[in-house]
Design a binder for this molecule. Structure first.
Ligand SMILES: *[C@@H]1O[C@H](CO)[C@@H](O)[C@H](O)[C@H]1NC(C)=O
Ligand SMILES: *[C@@H]1O[C@H](CO)[C@@H](O)[C@H](O)[C@H]1NC(C)=O
Ligand SMILES: *[C@@H]1O[C@H](CO)[C@@H](O)[C@H](O)[C@H]1NC(C)=O
Ligand SMILES: *[C@@H]1O[C@H](CO)[C@@H](O)[C@H](O)[C@H]1NC(C)=O
Length: 639
């Protein structure tokens, strides 16, 4: 999960920063000194891409002394910086540290890989240009176009996402804690009967989803959408206390969620970035490591088999969670593990970054070639939207190239991850964005978890022949309703696209498809009619919080809606974006990192703070002794 917070990037500039280099940067140390203590002196206030590369030389030297030392030093820095509670420091770095240390040992400082690492972890390098030298072998595009609506009676499809079930949710435990999710008895003071802030039985905006709320949503779907053809679930089962999550918990959480979700009948699910431990850890095939997520793929394979069939279930365990299957009525569903294109999957920062980790893009292209040849209609399901700031620019570009090639065969794309109610439009030409160049819709569903707004699910009206989306209805339950905790969640319709926006655009025929052109026209309406845009923002945020989005916030938001390739989403990288604090964009308040999986990233970002490098020096001396500071850093050491 991750907020599409390009807006925050633009408006939040916490540190005074000299102009950032946008190109690969020679670390200062390579041209000046190469002893660790001198490098540390040089980078007291690192604020540039070059400075970050110098810091990587130190972290790399530390990583070469072993995972245990790396974990000890970074945990000590985290504890000293007080950015997180000590138990979070130890837990998060204990889990994620070995992956980061593995990256650093492999990395050649001063390369694109190192710059991307600096971008993701510290916000100190800008995105390198997209590598267009790589391309997938796609057959040439035939002259076929999107089919017109059939005018047959639509089917209903339910879309749920980011359920984040906390099986340790404790009614009466404190909802006012120092962690990213509360409603658990972390300390004696948080216990039911002790705390002044007792959580109700059905959830709280400071906490992930209790079982009671999950069951209430499934019951609501049963009664509100009894005639649904099937449901889709776009990932993230596991809760957000990531520093405590073990392989065993992931397994139990996935099994529990699947057995509860079975009450919906037929579901086509997706693996999310939280559905592994350590969080975001999805090693691609090529990486040599003992850390494995195979147990999660195997658990999902078993759990999904009755929905997707034995052959697709086998594929889940052999193909890293991705599968391709046909619905009873002949729709091809391709479910993708988008974590191979996610910048917080740190296994991807190997010495040479792969263009197509685990061959997942090639696999997707082959599935689409076969579907096109068979005359099938296709839905693509994934967790992370490929136009989000979370998606590597290179892989987002390659992915969109596939989408453009098969835009007549793919009816639509469905994602979750951002927790927000939004969409993304793909274009055949991003420099000439118009209704006539809009080629594909990505439907990004809001979450069940109450951490980022009211609990929601979607229902699509779908053409039973073309599988085009004809309308979209969002249902919700109002967390702040006075009867919510006493009588339980009451679910109802929040809005539908044709009622709310179609009426404004003269587009209300129930049998007309919500085409990419329609959605493009809606973004034009947003530009021209601010009331409609502000209502969109309020719906996007699931009717929670103070919503006004004007000026740069508005232009960035519209830019993001028109970007299915992340290089075009107007995201700006700023240093320290991952600091643990509230940031304000317009007046939309989001906790930075709220939607990110990794806790190690905000911890490492602490090295940028006033005492960050001093804390690092102290940690190095403490764990490795004073002599370590005299280590000569081997240039571009990768052994
Ligand atoms: C969560 O619940 C399980 C089972 O009751 C328990 O073993 C575990 O310690 C709990 N974890 C936390 C963090 O409370
Ligand atoms: C949380 O507790 C602190 C005191 O520990 C208090 O100042 C604050 O207002 C509380 N927050 C909420 C949301 O109740
Ligand atoms: C939710 O309930 C609160 C309290 O009754 C009310 O102020 C608010 O307007 C409701 N929000 C929605 C979206 O129904
Ligand atoms: C989008 O707007 C253009 C220009 O107003 C119009 O010609 C076209 O019919 C609209 N498309 C849809 C699908 O509403």
């Amino acid at each position: 999960m991750r907020c599409l917070s390009i807006v925050l990037f633009l408006l939040w500039a916490p540190l005074v920063v000299p102009a950032l280099s946008t190109t690969s940067s020679t670390p200062l140390a390579l041209t000046k000194r190469d002893v660790i203590s001198d490098i540390l002196n040089d980078i007291k206030d690192i604020a540039t891409c070059a400075g970050c590369n110098s810091l990587l030389l130190v972290l790399q030297a530390l990583a070469h002394t072993g995972n245990d030392n790396f974990v000890k030093v970074i945990t000590a820095v985290c504890t000293a910086t007080k950015k997180e509670d000590p138990d979070v420091c130890a837990g998060a770095i204990g889990l994620e540290g070995p992956i980061l240390a593995h990256n650093l040992r492999q990395m050649t400082v001063g390369t694109k890989t190192a710059d991307l690492f600096c971008l993701t972890v510290f916000g100190l390098c800008q995105w390198p240009a997209v590598d267009t030298s790589f391309s997938l072998p796609l057959s040439s595009k035939p002259s076929i176009s999107r089919p017109a609506p059939s005018n047959k009676t639509p089917i209903k499809v339910v879309h749920i996402s980011d359920i984040h079930i906390d099986l340790n949710y404790t009614t009466g435990a404190s909802y006012n804690c120092t962690k990213n999710i509360c409603c658990r008895p972390y300390t004696a003071d948080d216990e039911p009967g002790v705390t002044e802030y007792p959580a109700g039985p059905y959830g709280n905006s400071a906490c992930d989803t209790p079982l009671s709320l999950e069951e209430s949503m499934y019951a609501a779907i049963q009664s509100l959408v009894p005639s649904r053809a099937f449901s889709i679930f776009t990932g993230d089962v596991v809760e957000g206390a990531v520093w405590l999550v073990t392989d065993n918990e992931v397994t139990l959480d996935l099994q529990s969620a699947n057995s509860h979700m079975a009450s919906l009948g037929q579901v086509y699910p997706v693996i999310g970035n939280h559905d592994a431990s350590p969080v975001n850890s999805f090693p691609p095939r090529s990486v040599d490591t003992d850390i494995s997520t195979q147990y999660a793929y195997d658990t999902l394979s078993d759990a999904w088999s009755s929905w997707i069939g034995a052959a697709a279930a086998d594929e889940v365990s052999t193909n890293f969670g991705s599968y391709s299957t046909l619905t009873a009525s002949g729709l091809r569903i391709i479910s993708l593990n988008t974590n191979f294109w996610y910048k917080q999957n740190f296994w991807l920062y190997e010495k040479t970054m792969e263009n197509d980790p685990s061959g997942m893009l090639s696999w997707l292209a082959a599935q689409l070639e076969a579907a096109e040849a068979a005359g099938e209609r296709v839905w693509l399901l994934g967790h992370m939207p490929m136009g989000a700031s979370d998606a590597f620019h290179d892989q987002s570009y390659y992915f969109d190239t596939i989408i453009q090639r098969f835009d007549a065969t793919i009816a639509a794309v469905f994602y979750g991850h951002t927790h927000k109610d939004e969409f993304e439009i793909a274009y055949s030409d991003y420099n000439k964005q118009s209704a006539s160049t809009a080629t594909m819709m990505s439907y990004i569903a809001p979450a069940l978890t109450p951490t980022s707004g009211n609990p929601t699910f979607r229902v699509y009206d779908v053409d039973p022949v073309t599988y085009g989306v004809l309308d979209m209805h969002v249902y919700y339950t109002n967390l702040s309703d006075p009867s919510y905790q006493t009588f339980g969640p009451s679910w109802g319709l929040l809005y539908s696209v044709k009622d709310t926006y179609g009426t404004q655009l003269g587009y209300t025929d129930p049998s007309a498809e919500l085409t990419p052109a329609f959605w493009h026209n809606l973004t034009v309406l947003f530009e021209n009619n601010d009331d409609v845009f502000q209502e969109y923002i309020s719906l996007k945020n699931r009717k929670a919080g103070n919503d006004a989005c004007t000026g740069t916030c508005k232009t960035s938001e519209i830019c993001q809606l028109r970007a299915a390739q992340s290089q075009y989403n107007c995201g700006v990288v700023s240093p320290g974006i991952n600091f643990k604090r509230d940031v304000v964009a317009g007046s939309v308040i989001t906790t930075a990192g709220e939607c990110d999986g990794s806790r190690a990233v905000p911890i490492l970002t602490g090295l940028l703070g006033a005492d960050g490098i001093a804390n690092l020096r102290a940690g190095l001396v403490d764990v490795l002794g004073q002599a370590f500071l005299n280590t000569v850093v081997p240039l571009n050491s990768t052994d």
